[in-house]
Design a protein around this ligand. Structure first.
Ligand SMILES: Cc1ncc(COP(=O)(O)O)c(C=O)c1O
Length: 485
């Protein structure tokens, strides 16, 4: 497929000129001053190109589907006759889940309306009765720590490889997992994040074989990779690589509205779909949002069609073009293993990640995150050729790469040593103290700045000066010390 050279100004910007004027009017109303609504209007006026979540990039109308934006109030309904019940689906919602399961070629899919976070909470809760420990990678999302607090599972931490150049975690080595599984009696399950927040994939087939040799289920957090569909130039999904449970977000790279996701039960050898469903009921609202459900359905129907698959392949080609055209202005991160084309991490030897972010924002380009020494650009199904052209011409303003300069790398975070389990620490008597006074004491809280939501400190860990600096938090809840009242 050819990547067409479109105009320099993304159509989102052009299409919305009338709307922009409307937004400006709203944001200047006296009763909206300082409100969230005014800030949303303001942001939309400043943003020309979205390279952050959600994946629809403000383009929510799918061909042949009712526009979600246009029908938000009409679709905001509840469990009425004919609309089924997400807690015990038997009608149209069962059909929706079956449609999702067909797309990913899995036994059962269970919808989450708390995104990938809800999916991880449900998946981990479902395996909890199998043992007392969970193998947790150092780059786990903070919802995993929430799951440890809820279930009482203890983390057995392990480290993926560390990228020295940019300063972030990458793929999981099978040997590391094998070593962490020595003495596997108490292990309830293994969690792997693939793709990572920056798009590095792990060899799930090999990791699944390791987990299964030790008789434990493999849960893959594929929240960042719901677009890994066959026939699209994407890496293989964990759903077809031997994982037992796979967690997706549908809003990060696909076009569904924010807060949508699913847990896929690929194999019920270790955990049944009934266990995952029960766990999902435990953590879900009893009033599921039908606008979100409809947006999942429309996204899944679209990607089950040739047109939807073609769009994914087209965005992958845009990513290749982008990486080629900016290679002389910035350093483009190449993952050690498989690459996810929707995540493009860039850095510069002549500026920090923060400075690069400011440079792009000044030109109306908003990145997903500043991470380590660079910025993460997140493409999605809403990405168009005009967005990429606009970004390329902005980066062309930077001086050409000087091969003699190197990026300032970030040090690998220190290992987390649990003095108590996250659950014990979370529920123990605690007090809120200034971050500086928390050093040396046991944390009762999670520090996980978002994005990316990776924990730098978790309940039950003794706080180091490192932890406090990294999180930039002012206060932290710590356990009361003996003698405190
Ligand atoms: C790797 C990973 N897992 C899980 C999540 C949580 O997903 P959600 O934001 O859909 O709840 C995130 C969010 O950024 C993530 O990056």
């Amino acid at each position: 497929m050819r990547v067409e050279n479109q105009s320099q100004t993304p159509e989102r910007h052009c299409d919305h000129k009338g709307r922009q004027a409307h937004l400006l009017q709203y944001s200047q109303q006296a009763n909206l001053r300082g409100t969230l609504t005014a800030s949303l209007c303001d942001h939309n006026q400043r943003e020309i190109v979205s390279l952050h979540m959600p994946g629809h990039k403000g383009r929510t109308s799918l061909p042949g589907m009712p526009s979600i934006a246009g029908f938000a109030s009409e679709f905001d309904l509840t469990e009425l006759d004919g609309l089924d019940d997400l807690s015990y689906p038997e009608g149209v919602l069962k059909t929706l889940e079956e449609r999702i399961a067909r797309l990913y070629d899995v036994k059962t899919s269970i919808v989450s309306l708390s995104g990938g976070s809800g999916g991880l909470l449900a998946a981990i809760t479902a395996v909890a009765k199998r043992g007392s420990e969970l193998l947790v990678p150092r780059n786990a999302h903070r919802s995993v720590i929430n799951a440890l607090v809820l279930t009482g599972l203890k983390p057995r931490w392990y480290e993926p490889s560390w990228n020295e150049q940019f300063g972030f975690w990458e793929a999981v080595d099978a040997k590391v997992l094998e070593d962490a599984l020595v003495d596997d009696e108490s292990v309830a399950g293994v969690l792997v994040v693939s793709p990572t927040y920056v798009g590095t994939t792990s060899d799930i087939k090999t990791l699944a074989a390791v987990a299964h040799r030790h008789g434990v289920p493999l849960i893959v957090d594929e929240a960042q990779g719901a677009h890994f569909l066959p026939g699209t130039l994407m890496p293989s999904s964990a759903c077809s690589s031997g994982a037992d449970l796979v967690v997706h977000s549908f809003h990060k790279t696909l076009g569904a509205l924010t807060q949508t996701g699913a847990v896929h039960v690929v194999s019920d050898r270790f955990v049944s779909a009934g266990d995952v469903r029960a766990a999902m009921r435990l953590i879900s609202t009893s009033s599921p949002n039908y606008v979100l459900l409809s947006s999942i359905e429309q996204t899944i129907i679209w990607h089950s069609s040739e047109e939807g698959l073609k769009k994914l392949a087209f965005v992958a080609q845009l990513s290749e073009k982008l990486q080629r055209e900016i290679a002389d202005r910035v350093v483009v991160f190449s993952p050690q293993n498989g690459a996810d084309p929707f995540h493009v991490m860039i850095g510069s030897p002549s500026m920090s990640g923060q400075e690069l972010d400011v440079f792009l924002r000044a030109r109306g380009i908003f990145c997903e995150a500043v991470l380590g020494a660079g910025c993460l650009l997140l493409l999605g199904t809403g990405t168009e050729a005009g967005d990429i052209d606009f970004l390329v011409s902005a980066l062309a303003e930077l001086p050409k790469n000087d091969d003699n300069k190197v990026m300032s790398s970030k040090a690998k975070p220190k290992p987390l040593e649990q003095s108590l389990s996250p659950r014990e620490a979370f529920f123990a008597p605690s007090e809120l103290v200034a971050a500086i006074d928390a050093v040396g004491r046991i944390s009762a809280d999670i520090l996980a700045p978002c994005p990316p939501g990776m924990p730098v400190c978790v309940p039950g860990v003794r706080v180091s000066a490192d932890n406090c600096n990294l999180a930039g938090n002012k206060y932290l809840r710590v356990l009361l010390e003996q003698g405190d009242t």
